[in-house]
Design a binder for this molecule. Structure first.
Ligand code: GLU
Length: 469
């Protein structure tokens, strides 16, 4: 009987959820789903100084946003590494009893002195055959065997390490606490993990971990190390330089589906000629063997392009519902209870084709919900500097008092004025748009005026004219 595949995602809580972590989680989730396996969430929280319960709930929320549902029967956890310390310590003692590990009493200074004297860096195995018993301040070290270790990695192929380049690494510190490397392996063994898919930065430690699996009498998991994400300068994404927190993208109005799809295309491409595919297709097609080895460029522009496509693919009703929280949020520039969905519905389609993130929506329609528009002063000064601006608006004001209030009639009138004043329509519209919406860009003008209504339009033209004198 074949074993149920057990994948895992093992984040260390750091206060925010990195987009690279999100991609790793999605890779694991896609594979667990396709193979009818399990996705284990394990919080690697042994660094107590960097621990807090909110961070764990932040991780679960972020996973839920990505569609990794903690109530699914394929989801297991969260488990907490810090709760397993006694298992980690017990395993270390087993390794000592079986001769795979030994105690060492050298201080870091002594290790350094010996390294200096021999000209070889690192720990030289001094206590290997000294037969020390456990004792205060003594560390437990793994006895690295001779030979080579080959990591069979689904992304990178076979990666070979000379064991001679690996020092006898520490399993238990002088105070008896387990090292991360050990904790990570023991948890994987205890949780019967069959597949470890994680960031490339862990590859150098993998031979040590594989040795631990073998020494404890277990077959190691299938490994896969996925390439790092880099920025435009091909530098590893870092929280100092780059926007790396998933939350920041959510807050600017990236749709979860767009984020998920985009993250999956970093180093991998769906079959066929479009990269924009639903999750079900991803689950069907995703293979670690097809993931590229080279660093993947996290291209915010491309993410925005994906998001624009996802926004445009929403039904109008879904778009309106998706915008609702953005238009009723506390920080909108109008009184949140002034949001009028009937007015928004009338321009929603025009907005939907023009935004790439949802955070752009409020500024596109604020003129509908504010008593007076927020005037972009620079735009005002620039557009009203044109000689035609004031006489043109005066003409508009006169005509708009009685014209049919439809966008077609409003436009026809402007077409006629454009000919008469010999000013191109685009140019001519600018002062009217600034007067009414406060800005030079936004949804199509005549439709906007129609929704805004005659009375408010005229009032705003009046205000602009008195401002311009
Ligand atoms: N806790 C580690 C990290 O967040 C992951 C280790 C692993 O996946 O094995 O980088």
């Amino acid at each position: 009987m074949s074993q149920t595949p057990r994948y895992r995602f093992a984040p260390s809580p750091t206060g925010f959820f990195h987009v690279g972590g999100a991609r790793t989680a999605l890779y694991n989730w896609a594979l667990a789903q396709r193979e009818g396996g399990v996705f284990v969430l394990r919080i690697e929280d042994t660094d107590e100084s960097r621990n807090s319960p909110e961070w764990t709930s932040g991780i679960i929320d972020a996973l839920a946003w990505l569609g990794i549902d903690s109530t699914s029967p394929q989801f297991e956890g969260p488990y907490f590494q810090s709760q397993n310390a006694s298992l980690h310590i017990a395993a270390a003692h087993r390794l000592y009893e079986s001769g795979h590990a030994y105690w060492c009493d050298l201080t870091p200074e002594q290790i350094q002195e010996r390294a200096k004297a021999s000209g070889k860096q690192g720990y030289d195995g001094y206590s290997r055959d000294r037969g020390l018993e456990p004792g205060a301040g003594r560390v437990l070290r793994f006895r690295v065997p001779e030979g080579t270790t080959v990591i069979r990695d689904l992304v990178r192929g076979d990666v070979e390490f000379e064991n001679s380049s690996i020092e006898d690494f520490v399993l238990l510190r002088g105070n008896g606490s387990p090292m991360f490397l050990l904790a990570n392996v023991i948890d994987d063994i205890e949780m019967r993990i069959t597949n470890v898919v994680r960031a490339e930065e862990h590859l150098p430690n993998t031979p040590k971990q594989q040795m631990l699996w073998h020494s404890l009498g277990h077959e190691p998991p299938v490994w896969a190390h996925v390439p790092v994400l880099v920025n435009e300068q091909r530098k590893k994404l870092s929280k100092r330089r780059d926007k790396v927190a998933l939350e920041q993208y959510k807050d600017e109005g990236i749709l979860a589906e767009a984020m998920v799809n985009y993250l999956m295309t970093l180093g991998w491409a769906p079959h066929g000629d479009t990269e924009i595919v639903p999750w079900s297709t991803i689950v069907e097609q995703f293979r670690l063997e097809d993931v590229n080895h080279s660093p993947a460029f996290f291209d915010v522009k491309k993410l925005h392009a994906f998001n624009g496509e996802y926004i445009r693919a929403l039904s109008i009703a879904d778009f309106i519902a998706t915008c609702r929280p953005w238009l009723t949020a506390e920080d909108v520039p109008w009184n949140a209870d002034r949001y009028n969905e009937d007015a928004f519905i009338k321009v929603a389609e025009l907005v939907q084709t023009r935004v790439v993130t949802l955070s752009e929506v409020p500024a596109m329609v604020d003129f509908l919900f504010l008593d007076t528009p927020i005037i972009d002063e620079q735009a005002f000064a620039k557009t009203f500097a044109a000689e035609f601006a004031v006489p043109f608006l005066e003409r508009c004001r006169a005509a708009y008092a009685s014209i049919d209030w439809t966008h077609d009639a409003l436009k026809l009138h402007l077409d006629a004025l454009s000919e008469e004043l010999v000013v191109k329509l685009g140019k001519l519209q600018a002062p009217l748009r600034v007067a009414v919406t406060g800005r030079t860009v936004g949804p199509p003008l005549f439709e906007s005026l129609e929704v805004l209504g005659r009375e408010r339009t005229l009032r705003r033209i009046n205000d602009a004219l008195s401002r311009s004198v």
